[in-house]
Design a protein around this ligand. Sequence first.
Ligand code: ADP
Ligand code: MG
Length: 266
Amino acid sequence: SAEPAPSPTVRILALANQKGGVGKTTTAINLATALAAVGKRVLLLDLDPQGNASTGIGLDPSQRGRGSYAVLFEGASIADVVRESGIPNLSIVPASVHLAGAEIELVNADDRETRLQRALHNIGSTYDYVLIDCPPSLNLLTLNALVAANGVLVPLQCEFYALEGLSYLVQTVERVQRAYNDKLQVEGVLLTMFDKRNSLSEMVAADVRAHFGDRVFRTVIPRNVRVSEAPSHGVPVLLYDHRSAGAQAYIQLAGELLKREGAKLG
Ligand code: ADP
Ligand code: MG
């Protein structure tokens, strides 16, 4: 029988920025949870060998199986390796320890940039959203995510060097668009760890908005201690303290994303 076509409505979003510590994983976990909470069927795909998204969702290493590594290297389907998160509507493809060697293994592999795209092509209509948490590098793992994605979300920490290196990320997105994936674009830039008591945060935000215009989400994620505490409890901040400013911001982000996409579709 023919391969199932990808659902026309599935949205595959890569959380990418080659800088570490800017909020990729935090956003992947909490945006996924907020989308799931409004009834979207969400798959969180952990593509970072550090496995922070898998840990942050409360998945013990013994429960992870071979995860995204098996999808890239062992011909596993998403359905073969997916795990339930314990949160309704939210599933996860974990990162396992095997992924640490993946970058080197990919260098000489066939179809080294398109393996994830091929696997995600077959997920059918199981999910409304796939959020891919990328490693802090523009390596072959991140390239696989970009090739597979419909859109890129770029978390930017509100600090002095926020924009540094970003032109290289944008160039990479454009290169992937030309070579593999003509629909790919930077769908949104998200300001994270915003500190309203610090005028530098305001300056950086203004700078980023001047540069990226309306691609910057109106929603800004504040620096909030509850956000940073939640991962050590193995739950998204939405479950850890849903009244916190951080949780509320991620709920607002999900609403803004859904509204944007609705406008785009139609
Ligand atoms: P990345 O995945 O880009 O490396 P993380 O999402 O892991 O970044 O965030 C880096 C660190 O900052 C983590 O310790 C995380 O808990 C913390 N952090 C992220 N967002 C916030 C926030 N809004 N407020 C406070 N701490 C945050
Ligand atoms: Mg991370």
